[in-house]
Design a protein around this ligand. Sequence first.
Ligand SMILES: [Zn+2]
Ligand SMILES: [Zn+2]
Length: 298
Amino acid sequence: MKRYWLWLALLACKPCAADSPLPLGDGKIASEPRVGYVYSCRTRFEAGGGAFRSGPWLSGQNWRPELKIAVSGEVDWPEARVDIRLSGGERIISGNGLPLHASGEFPVRRDDAAFDYDRNPNAIAPLRVELRLPALPRPTDSPACLGMGMIGIASSGAAIFNALDAMGRDAPAYEIQDRCDGHPERRGRYHYHTASRCIGDSAQDRHSDLAGYALDGFGIYGRRGENGQPLSNADLDVCHGHTHAILWDGVPVRLYHYHLTAEFPYSLGCYRGTPVATGEGPPEPGWPPPRRHRPPPW
Ligand SMILES: [Zn+2]
Ligand SMILES: [Zn+2]
């Protein structure tokens, strides 16, 4: 009987644990690799841009993701393209940066509740993406800092940015994203700062699925570790990753990889390998190339 009540108490406590407030990442910017921080290439941040008002999901030094509103709307992007192929030791990812899932409506509409906090005036636009990542990346001795643009690409074709907004604050806490956790920056690049609810992760009692690739070629996985336990910064290294056996292009291999977490810095803390140039630019006539009729190996 005693055991019954213990289980009941544990079950009842599960939702409250999931809803506990998260510490804000404001000020967690480092000039060297550090657990729980963003090792940022940019060290000076300016006021202005992004969210101009704090919502009720922010209180003191904490925020509650489950209370945060999302930009409304349901805009489909049938022209979205992302193609991945392996060639000569490289993983070549090309696409137009549009998400394979629906997005919210941007620029944020005046009658959208999000307009009271973040008047994102940017429209989502296609941008040429061609990444030539090492197919089997190697860690370097000294991790590299994260820039303010794309630091990785998600399986949805959207970019992954670091955890900071233009003012150096905790971007997911202040900026208003859509229901897929994405929004566009000034050039129209659609991006996430956290795990996207629109990228499936079937893991429950096992390691999370691959959610994307960082610019150094290492994989970015969902929030669960080897036995399915949700990971925190304490489980990960300064760059927000760890090394163990994973299935990499269908082959079991012991390899470094990043994890998304519920807590700041959410995705990467630094690059464990050497990041490649993004090759971003305006779309050109005939871009993207015709789509291959095979599913990408996500
Ligand atoms: Zn952003
Ligand atoms: Zn792992």
